[in-house]
Design a protein around this ligand. Structure first.
Ligand SMILES: [Zn+2]
Length: 236
């Protein structure tokens, strides 16, 4: 076995650990579902506010209309009872006008009443939304904090592995490092396979006695016949 393999095997350990940490980091969830739930509530709140404003304006309009209708009715009533209109046709027309205005007033009254009911309901919905928003925000914050903590833990572990990796590099010749990286690229990130109980720990193919002896006696690289990885035989 080539003497550099002891270092290359350690390098492989560090690289595999780094790959696993990278995968862990990539799969971390920055509280996506919680954020989505909170955003939905915030949008609902805004929609409720828009509705409330529109309804408020409608109600103000209706109140103004009601006032002017009442003024008109009062004026016509005054005219009716003032005795200034004597012609029966005119009188009956006046009465009809008053009737019509009173019907309009009735409809408007009802519309305003319904409007206030709806306003009350909108206010309740807004309050409920507020309470839900507070809970959703707390849930998001705590989940996001957990995410940040986990992320920071993983990054710290990765920094330690990178440090160990860096310390190994001066022990490995550039050409050998190249060979290692090329093999890693071709073999799913794992260039070195440990021989354990006479089998390749990566592909589980048996290592012949001849190969095992060569690993012990020859200072060369020997690859697994099956998976093509550099074989590393730990000293017994
Ligand atoms: Zn193998």
């Amino acid at each position: 076995m080539h003497p550099a393999l002891t270092y290359i095997y350690q390098l492989q350990q560090e690289d595999s650990a780094l790959t696993a940490l990278k995968r862990q980091l990539d799969s971390l969830d920055p509280a996506t579902a919680e954020k989505r739930a909170l955003t939905a509530l915030e949008q609902q709140y805004q929609a409720l506010e828009v509705k409330q404003h529109a309804l408020h304006a409608d109600l103000q309009d209706a109140e103004l209309k009601l006032k002017s209708l009442e003024t008109k009715i009062q004026q016509l009533d005054k005219k009716l009872y003032s005795g200034s209109v004597i012609n029966s046709k005119e009188l009956s027309a006046l009465e009809q006008d008053i009737e019509m205005l009173k019907r309009q007033r009735g409809q408007l009254d009802e519309q305003i009443l319904l409007g206030w009911d709806e306003m009350e309901s909108l206010k309740q919905q807004t309050e409920t939304n507020r309470a839900h928003q507070e809970r959703a925000s707390a849930a998001y914050q705590s989940q996001y904090q957990r995410y940040l903590q986990t992320k920071s833990d993983i990054e710290q572990q990765a920094a330690q592995h990178l440090k160990k990796r860096k310390a190994l590099l001066p022990h490995i010749e550039e050409a050998i490092l190249q060979k290692y990286e090329t093999l890693r690229g071709k073999l799913g990130g794992v260039a070195v396979a440990k021989v354990e109980n006479d089998i390749c720990a990566m592909c589980h193919t048996a290592i012949t006695a001849y190969i095992k002896n060569r690993l012990k006696s020859d200072s060369v690289f020997i690859t697994c016949e099956s998976c093509g990885r550099l074989l590393y035989l730990p000293s017994e």
